[in-house]
Design a binder for this molecule. Structure first.
Ligand SMILES: C[S@@+](CC[C@H](N)C(=O)[O-])C[C@H]1O[C@@H](n2cnc3c(N)ncnc32)[C@H](O)[C@@H]1O
Length: 272
């Protein structure tokens, strides 16, 4: 399987995203009014279980104020802003999608966190950073867009210091074929799912030792069941980022989780 970076970029192209965000955020007050990072959680945490999942992962990775954190596939920057606000650390985000990077910078201006959080465009397969630059690397719901996992995990190991932590939170393949479209791929052409066991087999040879290994599928199913039982999410939500079809993409993810086709893996590795 070969990577399809153009296809993935297309999936997250999000034309006019920053303008859409500006319009949607008018609901919170005038443009010059500073926003608190949790206010954006409905639209800037682009993964299963939203903000709660980011908070759990930060705790498991032991992120503290003096650490330098890299968020790989940082999306519109919600996890980076949340970590900086709650842990006090510096966070750098890197993402393949230029519109997402522009939107992440805009939202970070709105929360006034520009001194602590920054974003740049780039590929996880060729990270634009020196060796041993970071204490922690985060990868939340990104690996399923990447075919060359050996290269991905080697790159992550390269930019981490010895003893640094790699925290990953990902969708994994269980049994059967997923229903498409899903939030990371409209078709299988940009989806490169692995089982949890195959994920571990790809990570460890890059120079990592597992210190946390959790199957969080049941937690994710409970979250889906709760969403299904409640009314549609209040605006603004991820529909602003991905467009009106996001409801269908999210519904398919829920169905795949409930049917056991897909699962959720949380893991933390130490760089050896
Ligand atoms: C489902 S979103 C998750 C965003 C963010 N991690 C979060 O949890 O809010 C997946 C993100 O991964 C990015 N991505 C996918 N493949 C990538 C690659 N090869 N290099 C860098 N970013 C990538 C996409 O552009 C998108 O922003």
């Amino acid at each position: 399987m070969t990577d399809n970076l153009d296809g993935v970029r297309d999936h997250y192209r999000a034309t006019g995203l920053t303008e859409r965000l500006k319009a949607a955020l008018a609901a919170f007050g005038p443009e010059q009014q500073r926003l608190a990072p949790p206010q954006l959680a409905g639209l800037d945490q682009f993964h299963t279980r939203g903000l709660a999942a980011t908070a759990d992962l930060a705790k498991l990775a032991g992120i503290t104020a003096e650490m330098s954190v890299l968020d790989i596939g940082s999306g519109v920057g919600g996890p980076a802003r949340f970590l900086a606000a709650t842990c006090g650390c510096r966070v750098t985000g890197v993402d393949l999608s230029e519109p997402f990077v522009e939107a992440a910078r805009y939202l970070t201006e709105r929360t006034g966190q520009g001194g602590q959080v920054s974003f740049q465009a780039g590929s996880a397969l060729q990270l634009p950073f020196e060796d041993a630059s970071f204490d922690v690397a985060l990868l939340q719901h990104v690996a399923m867009n990447i075919a060359d996992r050996a290269k991905l995990y080697r790159e992550i190991r390269r930019v981490l210091k010895v003893g640094g932590k790699f925290a990953t939170f990902d969708v994994v393949l269980n049994t059967g074929e997923p229903h498409y479209p899903v939030p990371w791929a409209r078709t299988p052409a940009t989806s490169f799912l692995l089982t949890a066991a195959a994920t571990r087999e790809a990570i460890e040879p890059a120079g990592f030792r597992a210190i946390v290994w959790q199957d969080d599928s049941e937690l994710a199913k409970a979250w889906v069941a709760q969403l299904r039982a409640s009314s549609p999410p209040p605006s603004p939500n991820l529909g602003v980022v991905m467009g009106p079809e996001f409801a269908e993409l999210a519904a398919n993810l829920g169905r795949n989780l409930l049917e056991g086709r897909l699962g959720i893996l949380t893991a933390v590795f130490e760089a050896t």
